[in-house]
Design a protein around this ligand. Structure first.
Ligand SMILES: Nc1ncnc2c1ncn2[C@@H]1O[C@H](COP(=O)(O)OP(=O)(O)OP(=O)(O)O)[C@@H](O)[C@H]1O
Ligand SMILES: [Mg+2]
Length: 377
């Protein structure tokens, strides 16, 4: 519709410009506008026809009334008083009748809207605490296991097949593999962003479906591949979800994410506003803000989904070195396309087409001379 078009064109203005499709978008916009005008005209035409008609009909009624009533009075069939009072009653009735029409009209409209609202309100989140949720679980230790996991998005083919993987607390495990091989999907199953079948994903030896969602998610720091920042201050973006964070803690997190130097260059430091009405930050700065956010939560399980894709290898080395102490007793899952990122991991898993094809340390995989070794070259 018209609104969607405007919204897409504004938020995608760079894409439109980059592909010099302004003319096409303007044409399309004009077409939608014409359609809008056309529909409005049809509506106006209907209104201009019916509105006078609704005034006209009572007018006719009044004439008929005066005519017939007048004759009756002249012929003495009814008294003049009867005639006047009848007329008065009728006048009193007209207003309520019109109002009644309006009420019926707005009721109809309201009912139609209500139906649409109700369908939204009635939606129950598919992923929620079930009856088997173990209320006694208050914390997460960080053991993660996938047992014979097969997963498909609704209506799609399986994107993960026969995954068996055990990650002990404190380990750093890396997942590498070609684009579309299912890396993001695999890690999304741990905080139950998507849900696998029962018995397939385990945390601390408990089926994730039996761990209260808030407990599970509040112990997982997930830096997503495409980080999302709010149009708010840098401070609030980093401390999102940790209201009690002190400046010192925020700065420490920013330091680990190698963001601190840049923060100090911003006009208002941590209070610099990001987004629509503030500073626009680079993709790499975005990723590091998201990383600082995850660090601040002090999660038991840290998931970094291609979190260094937009930073140069030098910055990445700095961050990884600083993260090492932070990750020491946390379970870390590292997704990357770069060998340099994953080299030091305790275990590297190679995912191809939703299946684990190789696993081992950097040296072991190189010796294997398979997929991993070929990426290395
Ligand atoms: N929300 C979704 N709904 C349906 N299918 C999806 C969804 N997200 C991913 N897929 C499909 O699942 C498969 C695996 O995608 P996934 O994002 O897990 O790959 P990836 O290994 O993370 O890739 P990349 O390296 O590009 O990030 C792809 O075929 C993709 O099309
Ligand atoms: Mg991905």
């Amino acid at each position: 519709t018209l609104n969607t078009k405007v919204q897409e064109n504004l938020s995608g203005v760079r894409v439109v410009k980059a592909y010099t499709l302004e003319a096409r978008e303007i044409d399309e916009f004009q077409r939608l506008n014409r359609e809008f005008v056309h529909r409005n005209r049809t509506q106006i035409r209907l209104i201009t026809f019916f509105f006078p008609l609704f005034r006209f009909l009572p007018g006719i009624g009044t004439i008929v009334l005066l005519w017939l009533g007048g004759i009756h009075v002249v012929e003495g069939k009814i008294t003049f008083g009867d005639f006047v009072s009848f007329n008065a009653y009728l006048m009193m009735l007209i207003r309520p009748m019109i109002t009644f029409g309006f009420v019926v009209n707005s009721f109809e409209r309201g009912a139609a809207s209500m139906e649409r609202i109700a369908t939204i309100l009635d939606v129950r989140p598919e992923i929620a605490d079930g009856e088997t949720a173990r209320r006694d679980i208050k914390t997460i230790e960080g053991d993660v296991a996938f047992k014979n996991l097969t997963f498909a998005y609704p209506g799609g083919p399986p994107v993960l097949k026969n995954i068996d993987l055990t990650i002990e607390r404190g380990m750093t495990v890396a997942i590498v593999g070609p684009t579309g091989s299912g890396k993001t999907t695999l890690v999304s199953l741990i905080p139950r962003i998507y849900q696998a079948e029962r018995g397939m994903v385990w945390v601390d030896g408990v089926d994730v479906q039996d761990i209260p969602l808030t407990v599970l998610r509040s112990h997982i720091g997930f830096v997503q591949q495409e980080p999302f920042l709010f149009s708010d201050t840098l401070r609030n973006n980093i401390a999102y979800g940790v209201e009690s964070a002190t400046d010192e803690e925020i700065k420490k997190a920013a330091y680990i994410a190698d963001l601190l130097d840049q923060v100090e260059e911003f006009p208002e430091g941590l209070d610099t506003h990001l987004g629509e009405r503030g500073v626009t930050i680079s993709g790499g700065q975005k990723q590091r803000t998201a990383l600082a956010r995850a660090i601040l939560v002090r999660p038991t399980i840290l998931i970094l989904d291609d979190a260094f894709a937009s930073v140069d290898t030098h910055t990445e080395d700095t961050i990884l070195a600083r993260l090492r102490t932070f990750m020491k007793d946390r379970t870390t899952i590292l997704i990357s396309h770069r060998i340099s990122t994953v080299k030091a991991a305790d275990l590297i898993v190679v995912l191809v087409d939703g299946e684990i094809v190789e696993r081992g340390t950097h040296e072991e995989l190189l010796a294997l001379d398979g997929v991993y070794a070929s990426i290395h070259e």
